[in-house]
Design a protein around this ligand. Structure first.
Ligand SMILES: [Zn+2]
Length: 460
């Protein structure tokens, strides 16, 4: 295995096409909302790229109820000061019917029960979702890219509502007659955040948008001493009916156990404010590069190595579900999945995700990679927030690459998720890790053991 992993690392170093592919994806195709024409173009283009490399590939296509297209959004504080501010619709937010104006009302709830105290007070109001977010301190250097955007709790209970509770919160605000809900982007330097995809690609219950942390903070402070009036126009539009969404699936057939699958993957969809470079053009192009590398070396794996570029990771899921549905009979023969989904930083470890029954075999598979790619030991933390989670729930051994932060805090879901942030050497090492891991798992005498199915495996 170590010899093979060395050859893989050398091939990536010498002939990688990852950066060329990523540049095309981010610059020519651009950001890729699930169901958008750009996402479908990206699916078609990746299909072609796999085939260019001589690898069998196909698309698996499902439908979502509606695609969503960002329109033009604007906002201004009209009283007690007058100032235009930047605003961005959340994904799948309904538009406002022309400009809407109303007083700002901060709704501060840590649980849905607390919402009751606002009953009867929100009619005609523009609702602010609680206090301004606390930004991580400059001194706090996150160990990995995931922690850079989702801070570890350190035992402190979550100060914010879960995603599911938040959907309920929006519904309650709509029922109370609120005009819109405004969210704090929670980033420095006027960067926007993005989220949405409410109710599995259905329009939101009322207009929802992000403003910058700086503006959110100012409006919050203003309203502490006097009423604040805000004028907001949001212009997103929906497709009239269902649209196709595809995942790209490619494979190098196994020579001894062709019906067994070792899978590596990453999502190709993205948010739309930037170019979808670090989230997750990098991971998707690393999977493509891993495929190119294994094929170029002429390796013939014992088990089938499968490459999957998911969609819908950012917006309500669907890509991973589509694969599992289409291949449900094969689930017992899925030997493992490794996901790359946190940007350009060096992949320095793999998270075991609580799958301790796989630890001894994973250690054998991982040891040569650790040597060749200078990795830290396997991580025993649980991350559970990407396309591997639905596989984990089905009992399939599924893992997540841990990466260095490398611009991730700023770029994640913001307008600066762009190609210029990419660190070529580091993301190329990620491709070598994916290729090496898939090869090593395919060559192990026994497969990685499955665990019990659980409807709630992983977290959000
Ligand atoms: Zn992602």
């Amino acid at each position: 295995m170590e010899e093979a992993d060395q050859k893989i690392a050398a091939e990536v170093k010498a002939h990688s096409e990852l950066i060329k592919n990523l540049e095309y994806l981010t610059t020519r195709i651009g950001p890729r909302l699930t169901g958008s024409p750009q996402m479908q173009a990206a699916s078609e283009w990746t299909l072609k790229r796999f085939r260019d490399y001589g690898i069998d590939a196909h698309l698996e296509t499902a439908q979502i109820p509606h695609s969503w297209t960002r329109g033009s959004d604007s906002a201004e504080i009209t009283s007690p000061v007058a100032r235009k501010i930047e605003i961005r619709s959340a994904g799948w937010s309904v538009a406002t019917n022309g400009p809407i104006s109303g007083p700002v009302k901060v709704v501060q709830v840590e649980s849905l029960q607390e919402f009751d105290k606002y009953k009867g007070q929100l009619k005609g109001a523009i609702v602010f979702d609680g206090k301004p977010r606390e930004l991580p301190s400059e001194a706090e250097a996150p160990e990995n890219a995931y922690d850079a955007v989702i801070a570890p709790s350190h035992g402190i209970p979550k100060p914010h509502l879960s995603w599911r509770d938040r959907l309920q919160f929006l519904k309650m605000a709509a029922e109370e007659g609120a005009l819109a809900v405004i969210l704090d982007s929670g980033k420095t330097d006027n960067l926007f955040n993005m989220g949405g995809g409410f109710h599995r690609y259905q329009p939101s219950d009322l207009p929802v948008a992000f403003i910058t942390h700086e503006d959110y903070d100012q409006i919050y402070r203003l309203q502490q001493t006097s009423p604040v009036m805000l004028k907001v126009t949001l212009g997103g539009t929906f497709s009239s009916g269902p649209v196709p969404v595809s995942i790209t699936v490619a494979e190098i057939k196994g020579t001894q156990f062709p019906q067994e699958r070792v899978m590596i993957g990453g999502h190709l969809d993205s948010w739309d404010l930037g170019q979808g470079a670090l989230d997750n053009g990098t991971g998707a192009m690393a999977v493509l590069e891993a495929a190119r590398t294994l094929k170029a070396l002429g390796f013939a794996p014992k088990r089938t190595i499968t490459f999957i570029l998911f969609t819908g990771e950012e917006q309500g899921g669907i890509g991973a579900d589509t694969f599992l549905k289409n291949h449900s009979a094969e689930i017992p023969k899925m030997d493992g999945l490794l996901i790359h989904d946190t940007g350009t930083g060096k992949a320095f470890s793999i998270a075991l995700e609580d799958e301790y029954e796989t630890a001894s075999l994973m250690t054998e598979v991982y040891a040569p990679l650790q040597e060749v790619l200078d990795l830290q030991p396997l991580s025993t933390r649980v991350f559970g927030a990407s396309d591997h989670v639905p596989f984990m729930k089905k009992g399939v051994p599924a893992y997540f690459c841990l990466q260095k932060p490398a611009h991730y805090r700023e770029a994640h879901h913001s307008q600066t998720d762009t190609f210029d942030k990419v660190v070529p050497e580091e993301i190329n090492e990620g491709a070598a890790l994916l290729a090496g891991w898939s090869w090593n798992v395919s060559e192990m005498p026994p497969p990685l053991p499955h665990h019990q199915e659980s409807p709630s495996g992983g977290s959000d």
